[in-house]
Design a protein around this ligand. Structure first.
Ligand SMILES: [Zn+2]
Ligand SMILES: [Zn+2]
Length: 360
C-alpha cells in the first residue's frame, strides 16, 4: 500500500479519511466489548486498560467513558460504526453527557467541531465552592535560579480568575512597549513582567521621578576577579544571582543601583557610599536635552533611561556626548538584551542601531 503512485494532497486526505473511518468501526467494536465488561465490573480501571491495550491513559479513559455514556443501538454508535463520526467526536460527546448536559445541549454537538464540543463540556462542568477553595489553596509562585545562577525561573499556579488578571496585565503592559516583530509571545510576556516589576519598585512608570527611597538593587563587585575576566566573573546582585558583562554595562547606565566594590577576597574593604553611577543632575540634563527615546522612529516614553553609547567597561565616560536617552524597551531589550549598539555616527535624535556582532 506504500508503493502507490504519487497522490495529490486531496487524494491523501481522502485516503486518510477512509482509514479513520475504519478506525472508528474498530473503536465501535471495542466500545461494545467494554460495555459488556462494565456490566460485570463497573470500574475496571483506566490504568489496567491502558496497560493491556498499550495506549495512553487518555485513550483508555475515552474508551471507558464512551462505553459508559453511549447506549447500545444508539444513533451515536451507528455513526461510529459507519465511520461518519470519528472516535474522538464520540468520546467528546460522551464526556459532555458525563457532566450531566441535557439532551438539547448534547444535540448542539452535531454542529460543532471537536474543540467546540469540549468547550460546551467545560461550560457544563460544575465548579463547586469546594473545587474553588482547593484551587485557591493550591495557589503558588515558585521562583528559583539555575545552578550557575545565570538564569531564573518562575512557575505560577493560580485560580483561573487570578490567572486571567495576571495575563491581562501582562498583555496590556506588553502593548505599551514598542512593536517587536522579532519577539515571541513568551518573550513579550517576559518583557512585560519585568516592566511591571520595575514600575512597582520605582513607584511609577516614569524613571525620571525619584524612586521609593533607596536603590532598586545593590551590586557587589569583586574588583580583582571582575577586572581579570572583563566582568564575566566576580559580579553579583545582592541576595540575588550572578550577572555578566552585559548586565554590568546595563547597571552602569541605570540610575537606582548601588555598587559596592569588594577589593579583596572576602573582605569588603573599599565599600563606599551609594554610587549613583550617572549623577542625578547629569541624568536630568540628558533626559531634558533629548525629550524622549532617541532611536529613529521610536515614540515610546515608557521609563526613559540614560545609556552610555560606549559602555563604561570599554572606556566610555559620563561625557554628555556619550550619553543618550532611550526608552525602557530599547535600553533593556534591544541593546542590553539582544546586544545591539547605538551607531555613534548617527544623528543625535535619529539614532540607528547596529545588530550584535556587526561593526558600524
Ligand atoms: Zn545602557
Ligand atoms: Zn525606544
Amino acid at each position: 500500500m506504500f508503493d502507490e503512485p504519487i497522490m495529490s494532497r486531496e487524494e491523501v486526505f481522502l485516503a486518510l479519511r477512509e482509514c479513520e473511518q475504519q478506525v472508528a468501526a474498530v473503536r465501535a467494536r471495542q466500545v461494545h466489548l467494554l460495555r459488556g465488561l462494565l456490566r460485570r465490573d463497573p470500574d475496571p480501571g483506566a490504568d489496567e486498560l491502558a496497560g493491556a491495550l498499550d495506549v495512553s491513559q487518555h485513550t483508555a479513559r475515552d474508551l471507558l467513558e464512551a462505553a459508559r455514556r453511549t447506549p447500545e443501538r444508539s444513533q451515536t454508535i451507528a455513526k461510529l460504526e459507519s465511520g461518519s463520526w470519528s472516535f474522538d467526536r464520540v468520546a467528546a460527546v460522551a464526556a459532555l453527557v458525563g457532566v450531566g448536559a441535557d439532551d438539547a445541549t448534547v444535540a448542539q454537538a452535531d454542529e460543532r467541531d471537536i474543540a467546540g464540543i469540549r468547550r460546551l463540556r467545560a461550560l457544563q462542568q460544575r465548579i463547586t465552592r469546594r473545587t474553588e477553595h482547593e484551587a485557591h489553596s493550591k495557589r503558588s509562585v515558585r521562583s528559583w535560579a539555575s545552578l550557575d545562577e545565570s538564569v531564573g525561573f518562575i512557575h505560577a499556579e493560580l485560580t483561573g480568575y487570578d490567572w486571567r488578571v495576571v495575563t491581562k496585565a501582562l498583555e496590556d503592559r506588553a502593548d505599551l512597549l514598542p512593536r517587536d516583530t522579532q519577539a515571541t509571545a513568551g518573550q513579550r510576556r517576559a518583557d512585560a513582567l519585568v516592566a511591571l516589576s520595575q514600575d512597582w519598585l520605582s513607584g511609577g512608570s516614569d524613571s525620571s521621578t525619584t524612586s521609593r527611597g533607596g536603590p532598586v538593587v545593590t551590586v557587589i563587585v569583586d574588583a580583582a576577579l571582575a577586572s581579570a575576566t572583563g566582568a564575566e566573573a566576580g559580579v553579583m546582585v545582592a541576595n540575588g544571582p550572578r550577572v555578566g558583562p552585559e548586565t554590568m554595562d546595563r547597571i552602569m547606565c541605570a540610575g537606582s543601583v548601588e555598587v559596592l566594590v569588594d577589593t579583596g577576597p572576602g573582605v569588603p574593604l573599599g565599600v563606599g557610599p551609594t554610587t549613583r553611577v550617572i549623577p542625578p543632575k547629569l541624568r536630568r540634563f540628558i533626559l531634558g536635552r533629548d525629550q524622549g527615546c532617541t532611536v529613529d522612529g521610536c515614540q515610546s516614553n515608557y521609563r526613559l533611561e540614560v545609556h552610555h553609547i560606549v559602555p563604561r567597561s570599554q572606556g566610555g565616560t559620563n561625557d554628555p556626548a556619550n550619553l543618550v536617552t532611550l526608552c525602557w524597551w530599547h535600553h533593556h531589550v534591544a541593546i542590553h538584551g539582544r546586544g545591539m549598539r547605538i551607531d555613534p555616527t548617527s544623528p543625535p535624535h535619529r539614532r540607528q542601531l547596529i545588530p550584535a556582532g556587526r561593526s558600524p
